[in-house]
Design a protein around this ligand. Sequence first.
Ligand code: NAD
Length: 242
Amino acid sequence: MNDLRGKKALVTGAAGGIGAAVVKALRAQGVAVAVADRDVSAVEAEAHLPGNLLEAAYADGLPAAAKAALGGLDIIVNNAGVITRGKVDETTDADWDLSVGVNVQAPFRICRAAIPLMGPGSAIVNVASCWGLRPGPGHAVYCMTKAAIASLTQCMGMDHADKGIRINAVAPNEVNTPMLRTGFAKRGFDPDSAVAELGKSVPLGRIAEPEDIADVIVFLASDASRYMVGAVVEVNGGKPVK
Ligand code: NAD
């Protein structure tokens, strides 16, 4: 049902919280993984493709590089992301370029380059956010980029299903990763207490661990989700953003 043995995958943001969990989960299922991030030297994988996703040539070239390194390409997980805080009138040009560049332009470039290289039975999973479906306050450009990748997923899902390429997304709420923890630290909170306190607002009683999201990504990458196309799957412990 969920047999991924022998498949070949590219994972971006592979050194981060959710990315590292996705790499482990895929490899545990017998998938050969090419890892992409700025520094992937500490990530165990079958191929290492370090670089900066803001560089167009790097993003454009990643699918072909992964396919060459692994001898095929069946799965892509567009997971890398950055969060910039602030309302629109607090957002700098640099914040805009970084957020749009990493969260939207890079996955667009990777999908555009990958689709001609992928065949029937392959899958792309993008990492959006609950905040892309219903925005939260004070993170205008981040929310916009996650809405953009959710919408692009729905469009690509429809447009490329006829080639047997299924394209879906996950939309997590809060996840216990460096992205969330450094955000707390920057605002002067102790990350452990802040994570525990935030967990009380979730019906399941805790915020997500990276593995909670990785397991859903693996499901969307596998044939177990064979009739899912263009879906944006919320993974939120029962706490949708209001
Ligand atoms: P993280 O910061 O732990 O990991 C993100 C990774 O992306 C990092 O390893 C980083 O180096 C990489 N990256 C960022 N910019 C890059 C660039 N220019 N070139 C190459 N790599 C780059 O964060 P995470 O929480 O694991 O986030 C993974 C995804 O999940 C992101 O798309 C994020 O928006 C999304 N998400 C996270 C949460 C959360 O609460 N943590 C909630 C919803 C969605």
